[in-house]
Design a protein around this ligand. Structure first.
Ligand SMILES: *Cc1c(COP(=O)(O)O)cnc(C)c1O
Length: 235
């Protein structure tokens, strides 16, 4: 059995254990395989082991890899763009991805919506929130999230699915739990506001290799896992 398929099984077991602690169904958590910096061969290996959703952060890299991977996989893959979105990249992102997790400005959302063609399914998006209040981080301020979500909910070719966050790396395990909890409470408030389509606003994209179990205990529905699945990235 390949290393990646072994890692995948281990991660799925850890997800199930965290769900058991939180009294949640394991099917309520989606594992997003964060494949940035890994070669197409590794993604194909993960797909052969049953993984169907992949997260990429760098557009140019993804545009090379997606056409290398798709013809060699017997399943429909779901591509998630998880990096910061620059305005001049929105057309290509809208054309090649199913989900975008890092939307933090109305301008970006408008461009994504208008770039999505009527033939395509609507683009699934999450609003990224700067939940730890870091000066250098992307993401909207927590106090601006409701207004931003309310305006994005009006855009025709997008479906607003929820919130995404990356807590500060400096936060210890206890603090990242607090950050995950703040994101969940923020999402609960937005869902209850009546300003978004509540039934579709069901996603909390939070938790990575080092903290995904904590994120699941606090309500994560998508965990974004790279190194625990594929190994350490070369920088
Ligand atoms: C790289 C990355 C991840 C995965 O990080 P790991 O620690 O390797 O699991 C998750 N989310 C985002 C936004 C990333 O850029």
């Amino acid at each position: 059995m390949s290393k990646i398929s072994t890692n995948l099984q281990i991660i799925q077991r850890r997800i199930a254990a965290a769900c058991a602690i939180a009294s949640r169904a394991p099917s309520s958590v989606q594992l997003l395989a964060v494949s940035k910096s890994f070669a197409a061969e590794r993604l194909i290996e993960a797909a052969a082991a049953g993984q169907t959703s992949f997260g990429e952060s760098y557009l140019q890299e993804a545009l090379v890899k997606i056409p290398q991977v798709e013809p060699r996989v017997n399943a429909t893959l779901e591509w998630h763009f998880i990096g910061p979105v620059q305005a001049n990249k929105t057309a290509a992102i809208a054309a090649h991805f199913d989900w975008v997790h890092g939307v933090d400005r109305e301008k970006i959302a408008r461009r994504l919506s208008s770039a999505r063609t009527a033939k395509q399914a609507p683009l699934q998006i999450c609003v990224q929130v700067n939940i730890s209040g870091e000066a250098s981080k992307s993401g909207c301020a927590p106090e601006d999230a409701l207004a931003l979500c309310a305006s994005l909910a009006q855009l025709p070719h997008l479906v607003l699915r929820g919130l995404m966050a990356i807590p500060a790396a400096s936060e210890n395990a206890k603090d990242s739990r607090a950050a995950f909890r703040r994101l969940r409470e923020l999402a609960d408030g937005i869902r209850a506001s009546g300003k978004v389509a509540a039934a579709q606003f069901d996603t909390l994209s939070m938790g990575m290799s080092d903290d995904f179990e904590t994120a699941i205990e606090e309500g994560a529905t998508i965990v974004r896992i790279g190194s625990a699945l594929f190994g350490e990235r070369q920088s």
